[in-house]
Design a protein around this ligand. Structure first.
Ligand code: C5P
Length: 408
């Protein structure tokens, strides 16, 4: 939702990755943003204004001396564009344009607009490795970072020359995710630290076999995105996930419940919020076999299981209040007596809120893209949400967390 109605200024400079900027423009438009595109002269050698006009349904700008029409009025293009923008993204940004931005040159529309633009700047460099690694470029990157610009990429991979190295433009989806993160910086969770657990833990039986569950981690990843979009610094402690982790989220990858427990406690200091969305195995095999278990002639195999630590309950009880995150939220995935079980869990784990979902419902819960949940607060307040995409459920949960923090 964060891109809905936002004005994004998209600068495109002259590199082969310019063709991917068309995909970025399209994704931004699909996310509800109004996208104004500036092409440098070199960019027009790779892509045409018509490409971007077709995607954004808006005039594309190339000339520093041009006037632009706003309603009835004629305005100086770069001043008008700079004033209107919520975010200025330059993708791809070449070594040449990085230098121009660092030095504040205004000899073309992109440079002049950047000098006039108070909006945050997001840069997605693309160039050959030796250009990226050159001390001159690195100096420009440092200057721009010090001035508050955010960089996404460049990534490692195949470059235009065919060589392998660092210098590929970040993928359009990664740039979009970073745009969301930058736009959210002054949101309701600004300066808050949020730790989220996600994924289904793997409990080893032997070196090749594990006990696990059907969790995809989608809900936890959506929560991490929503908290990031609300301005929080997010750490996602996750067991294996069926979806990638988007940009702007710090990750700690774990496998078992014990590893997840230790990772959560290692980052708990100064944490404001903990959201436990992981499907943590309640039990693990008592002794994971060192060698692969052989079936031999046996018709039956008994595995002794022992209890795993309850991460949320331990965090909630953590040195009784002093170091406990101010808001602790859990999930209750239930197949029966949803409200009763969720309420009992909230009480025994000393949670501030629990998100209850009946995982027997078709199209909701484990592995699905949507979720139908009830938000239960410790003060008894209940909010029943309709079937919603997990991203929207996550936004509602994060909004509640913001309200709770505001009251403390
Ligand atoms: O007790 P149950 O597993 O149903 O509780 C669910 C909630 O507790 C979820 O938020 C889950 O992430 C968390 N949990 C945990 N550690 C466990 C078991 C569950 O943090 N060992």
């Amino acid at each position: 939702m964060i891109l809905q109605g936002k004005r994004i200024l998209l600068g495109v400079t002259g590199g082969i990755a310019a063709y991917k900027a068309a995909d970025l423009a399209s994704k931004l438009v699909q996310a509800g943003a109004q996208v104004d595109v500036i092409l440098t002269a070199a960019a027009t050698a790779f892509v045409t204004p018509l490409t971007f006009e077709s995607l954004t349904h808006r005039a594309v700008h190339t000339d520093v001396l041009a006037m632009a029409t706003v309603g009835e009025k004629r305005e100086i293009a770069h001043i008008m564009l700079a004033k209107a923008a919520d975010l200025f993204v330059v993708a791809p940004v070449t070594a040449q344009t990085l230098a121009k931005l660092a030095l504040g040159l205004a000899d073309d529309l992109l440079g002049a607009t950047a000098l006039s633009c108070p909006a945050p700047l997001l840069l997605a460099p693309a160039m050959e490795s030796h250009m990226w690694e050159h001390p001159a470029t690195q100096e420009h990157v440092r200057i721009l970072r010090d001035r508050g610009a955010t960089f996404v990429g460049p990534a490692m991979g195949r470059l235009a020359s065919g060589a392998l190295g660092v210098g590929r433009m970040a993928e359009p989806l990664d740039i979009l995710e970073m745009a969301r993160a930058v736009l959210g910086r002054s949101g309701p969770l600004a300066r808050r630290r949020v730790v989220i657990t996600a994924g289904g833990t793997l409990e080893p039986l032997d070196p090749v076999r594990v006990l696990t569950n059907r969790s995809s981690g989608k809900m936890g990843v959506a929560l991490a995105q929503a908290a990031r979009d609300a301005g929080a610094a997010v750490i996602l402690v996750h067991a294996p996930l069926a979806v990638p982790v988007p940009q702007g989220i710090e990750v700690i990858a774990v496998r078992s419940a014990v590893e997840m427990h230790d990772a959560v406690f290692s980052v708990l200091g100064n944490t404001d919020v903990l959201i436990g969305a992981a499907a943590v195995a309640d039990f693990r095999p008592a002794d994971a076999a060192v060698q692969k278990i052989k079936k031999g002639e046996t018709q039956e195999l008994l595995v002794r299981l022992v209890r795993n630590p309850d991460i949320l309950a331990e965090v909630s009880a953590y040195r009784q209040e002093r170091d406990r995150p101010r808001v602790v939220v859990g999930f209750a995935a239930e197949t029966e007596d949803l409200l009763k079980n969720a309420q009992a869990k909230m009480a025994t784990k000393h949670l501030d809120m629990i998100v209850a979902n009946d995982v027997t419902q078709v199209g909701s819960g484990f592995g699905a893209d949507d979720n139908r949940v009830i938000l239960l607060h410790k003060d008894g307040k209940q909010e029943m949400l309709p079937l919603l995409p997990k991203m929207e459920v996550a936004e509602r949960v994060v909004a509640q967390v913001g309200e709770m923090l505001g009251k403390i």
